[in-house]
Design a protein around this ligand. Structure first.
Ligand SMILES: [Zn+2]
Length: 244
């Protein structure tokens, strides 16, 4: 467990996705692809921040697999679920006061309701690029709808970045550490290497937006020294806490 004053990233494995490539490629043979699903706890001196919440909690409560759509199934794998993984690492879920969802897909928001005390930051799906504005929605308790980019603490240390394309409501997160920065791309990019090659994510709602979001993230990396990139489905994220 990390000391309160330190800044670190704790990747939390929140299940796995099994998908048949034929659903996307239209080819008749079934090639199965297995992807881990990650949420990330950011232990920040100002607040515990969670980036995404993984697959739905029903998986761990009542069933071990869940058909999400044709050709796409969620399984628990070796994961104990969001709450179980937090507990296993020694973190109390009740201490998480900020939750940033990269976007609304079920493998990124499935555990939202387990964190009723957290304020949720979501991007509005309209394509407004107005910077630094957020709209508090009373009817959806504790949900803040962010338009464009948003500086979470007002000091540049944690910034939400609008990165639509994979979905219209997609956003990424950039966290400034003492020695290095962490960039959380969500599904804007499936592998860190895909930023270099500008390879679009597996599922794309708007190709033009997805490409400009990739270019934006690539530029951030090229202009910033010492950035660690965390994507939501990259097996490489598995492992221990990373100090920033
Ligand atoms: Zn997605």
């Amino acid at each position: 467990m990390i000391f309160e004053r330190e800044l670190a990233v704790v990747p939390l494995l929140c299940g796995r996705l099994i998908l048949e490539r034929s659903v996307f490629s239209g080819r008749s043979y079934d090639q199965v692809l297995e992807l881990p699903v990650f949420a990330f706890l950011i232990v920040h001196p100002k607040s515990y921040i969670l980036f995404d919440t993984g697959l739905p909690s029903e998986l761990w409560l009542s069933q071990t697999s869940l058909k999400l759509t044709e050709g796409l199934t969620a399984v628990t794998g070796e994961s104990m679920g969001l709450l179980g993984e937090l507990k296993r690492r020694g973190y109390a879920p009740g201490k998480i006061s900020i939750l940033v969802n990269s976007h609304g897909h079920v493998d990124h928001t499935g555990g939202n309701r387990l964190l009723s005390q957290a304020r949720i930051y979501r991007k509005t799906s309209e394509s407004s690029n107005a910077s630094g504005t957020a709209e508090f929605n009373e009817s959806l308790r504790k949900t803040v709808f962010v338009k464009g980019d948003y500086d979470l603490f007002g000091d540049g240390s944690v910034r939400i970045l609008a990165t639509p394309g994979h979905s219209s409501d997609h956003q990424s997160l950039l966290v400034q550490g003492k020695n290095r920065q962490a960039l959380f791309t969500g599904d804007a990019c499936f592998r860190p290497a895909n930023l270099e090659s500008l390879t679009l994510p597996l599922i794309v709602e708007n190709r033009e937006q997805a490409l400009s979001s990739l270019k934006r993230l690539k530029e951030i990396i090229s202009l910033t020294e010492n950035v660690i990139v965390f994507t939501s489905h990259d097996p490489i994220a598995e492992g221990k806490e990373i100090y920033l």
